[in-house]
Ligand binder design. Structure first.
Ligand code: RNT
Ligand code: ZN
Length: 420
């Protein structure tokens, strides 16, 4: 088996070499690109703060596939199994509600790094970097649809303190793990129906964010990011944290801008935004997702949209400035499989993009030989990419695509099926 894969790889490599593509260099690069895997696919954005799981917040996990992680230990076990099925070394992205307090009730404005000690030890032992998110949903003080834009200063203050506490946690993660923790702010605030005053909530949001970010924290430990959204469930008409709001905020406050691929009009091209916003920003965090009609969070697959994203990152040489995180949650299929499908699809897209003869395409463009450019783009689509991907999996000691299902089934049989 291994020798058949190697043989196919050598033949494929020659085909790419004919076009001037260095396959070995692409393999080396892709192995060094960390993807930040979101914890919340593992338990449908439930977390371990309460029994009730995900409530409100304009997002919803649908499906009732059995066997989801019920505790942090189970979630870690599932994440480890997932990492064993993905080539490369990656990161893990936590949300504040995934804290472990040993059963004690700790309010969100009082959480600290100590409540994530076990996550930190786990990540340190495995050499995995951590990212973080304050949780501005699934909480009684978020039930009316407002957090940082809340007109009541007491409620707004509570959420500001939560944001401040989360930055300290992110800083502690970065310090301990020696890699900056991207701490991403997304709030669910918005209005279901025709809205009279759009200005005041936005003004309150700007001031609340300024308070959260008041303290300078060393970017070697913490990078702040802010995430926009077009609409959510129950906030169909007005979302104060729109794209324009956060683009302006990120530029003026030198923050990372989070582009979630499910948070724009369905025909908008998110890949096209990267080279524009990076003229003005230090960096961008991607939340790679797949929007389908009203849902912004289907499992990422190897489709044109993520290929375009990967191509933009590689063509622009943005690998140090575009941080790739995943953000989807599907409770209708096995949750480990959902993670594996999305992570492998993104890694595959990065490898695909690294195998593009970009310089040649650009030269044709400069020479205005659009005929040859289009022919070359079409040619790339049927090159033996699968042979390179298979070899990468072999090299990284992870199963081939064709073997993933059986491994997940076995894990389901041995582990997740036994959960109540
Ligand atoms: C919601 C945002 C946000 C969440 C996570 C759970 O629409 O995309 O990033 O998915 O914070
Ligand atoms: Zn997101």
């Amino acid at each position: 088996m291994a020798s058949a894969i190697e043989k196919a790889f050598e033949a494929a490599k020659e085909r790419y070499a004919e076009l001037g593509v260095n396959v070995d260099a692409a393999l080396e690069t892709v192995a060094g690109i960390p993807l930040s895997m979101h914890c919340w696919q593992g338990d449908d954005v439930g977390g371990f703060e309460t029994e009730s799981g995900l409530t409100g917040g304009g997002i919803m996990a649908t499906g009732s596939y059995p066997g989801k992680a019920r505790t942090a230990d189970e979630l870690r076990q599932d994440a480890e199994q997932t990492f064993r099925l993905i080539p490369g070394r990656h990161r893990f992205n936590l949300h504040a509600i995934y804290l472990e307090t040993g059963g004690k009730k700790v309010e969100r404005d009082a959480i600290g790094p100590e409540h994530f000690a076990r996550w930190l030890d786990w990540a340190a032992e495995r050499g995995v970097g951590l990212d973080f998110n304050p949780t501005f949903f699934s909480h009684p003080l978020a039930n009316d649809g407002f957090t940082l834009t809340h007109p009541d200063p007491a409620i707004r203050g509570f959420w500001i303190r939560h944001g401040v506490a989360c930055r300290k946690i992110g800083e502690a993660f970065g310090r301990r793990l020696g890699t900056p923790c991207i701490t991403n702010v997304w709030i669910p605030d918005g209005q279901k129906d025709v809205t009279a005053d759009r200005q005041s909530p936005r003004h309150r949001l700007m001031e609340a964010l300024d308070e959260i970010f008041h303290e300078d924290i060393d970017p070697a430990y913490l990078r702040d990011a802010v995430e926009s959204k077009l609409f959510g469930i129950g906030s169909e008409t007005f979302v104060p944290g729109s794209h324009e709001f956060y683009l302006g905020y990120a530029i003026t406050r030198r923050k990372l801008l989070t582009l979630d691929t499910g948070h724009f009009h369905p025909t908008e091209n998110i890949a096209d935004k990267i080279s524009s916003v990076l003229l003005y920003l230090d960096g961008v965090l991607l939340h790679v997702s797949r929007g389908i009609r009203w849902d912004s969070d289907h499992v990422v697959i190897f489709n044109d949209e993520i290929l375009a994203l990967a191509e933009e990152i590689v063509r622009g040489k943005y690998l140090g400035r575009v941080f790739i995180g995943l953000d989807f949650f599907d409770a209708s299929i096995h949750r480990v499989a959902a993670w594996v499908i999305g992570m492998r699809a993104m890694a595959k897209a990065m490898l695909w993009a690294l195998l593009e003869p970009f310089e040649q395409l650009r030269e044709l463009e400069v020479a205005r030989d659009y005929t040859a450019r289009l022919i070359l783009f079409e040619t790339m689509k049927t090159l033996p990419f699968g042979a390179i991907w298979d070899y990468y999996c072999l090299q990284q000691s992870v199963p081939l695509d064709t073997a993933v299902s059986a491994v997940v089934r076995r894990y389901e049989h041995d582990v997740t099926r036994l959960r109540g």
